[in-house]
Design a protein around this ligand. Structure first.
Ligand code: ADP
Ligand code: MG
Length: 251
């Protein structure tokens, strides 16, 4: 279980999150929504231990471990995977090389090259990725949508247990969004990871059916509900939904 308690986060001396609380149990799917600049990407970066984001108060535990004492590598070794809003391009390292290296790190050294290639090809087909991409440099010269699909390929290969998806829908056309969402759903059914989905996309949430939906506002989670809360946001926008939640008269 992931527990974030009373978190305050500063970046460049500006407080971005304050009294931020969130709890995600094993296998649960949570969605985090909020206006641009609310601090959604910030929480994803804190979880992956980006030290530009300073935690000045509060705690984060995962499976009873103090996450704030760990570095990014150690967090990844615990099974965290972040699909960032803008996946970076790494020239000079192919997807196959990175995946093989990461699997070795996980102690799965016994996977031979043939098995690895077969697995990669199988998942490329599932995600409708050309198999030639396996040997291309990581995200290099790929479109926004292709990058997101490649991240999904890495997820299927590395089998993370806590996945954070920061606006995975951005850059995806309607067909790619369906492929990505259904692949995520299938992955969830098979491996039961926890998911934290940061999104503005109704379709994605309709397919993934989160257990809980949280609204990030004024530096903290101000509302938690189910898919109907997300629907309220899609229909009325953040300001209107907030007013209604606070019991204001609906004009
Ligand atoms: P969201 O993902 O909800 O759109 P972010 O978490 O990216 O929002 O950003 C929250 C706020 O923190 C914004 O005002 C943003 O400008 C600021 N911020 C984020 N990262 C940095 C940084 N590295 N340096 C300075 N300001 C930052
Ligand atoms: Mg963001």
């Amino acid at each position: 279980m992931l527990t974030i308690k009373d978190l305050t986060v500063k970046v460049s001396n500006k407080t971005i999150l304050e009294n931020f609380n969130l709890e995600i149990k094993e296998g649960e799917i949570h969605a985090l929504m909020g206006k641009n600049g609310a601090g959604k990407s910030t929480i994803s970066k804190v979880l992956l231990r980006d030290l530009d984001y300073t935690v000045t108060h509060g705690l984060i535990t995962y499976q009873n471990k103090d996450l704030l004492k760990l570095n990014t590598t150690e967090v990844a070794q615990l099974g965290f995977y972040l699909v960032s809003q803008n996946p970076i391009e790494i020239d000079g390292i192919t997807n196959a090389e990175l995946i093989r290296c990461a699997l070795n790190e996980q102690g799965k050294k016994d996977l031979n090259i043939l098995e690895l290639n077969n697995k990669l090809k199988k998942y490329c087909e599932k995600l409708e990725i050309p198999t030639s991409f396996i040997h291309r440099n990581i995200n290099y010269n790929m479109s926004g949508g292709e990058k997101k699909k490649m991240e999904l390929l890495h997820i299927w290969m590395l089998e993370p247990k806590m996945i954070i998806l920061d606006e995975i829908d951005s850059g995806l056309d309607v067909d790619a969004l369906k492929i990505v969402a259904n692949a995520l759903l299938e992955y969830h059914k098979q491996f039961k990871p926890s998911l934290l989905i940061i999104t503005h996309q109704q379709k994605l949430l309709e397919i993934l059916k989160p257990d809980k939906v949280h609204i990030l506002e004024n530096k903290k989670v101000t509302q938690t509900g189910d898919l109907s809360l997300a629907k309220k946001i899609f229909e009325n926008g953040f300001s209107r939904a907030t007013l209604m939640a606070n019991g204001e008269k609906n004009e």
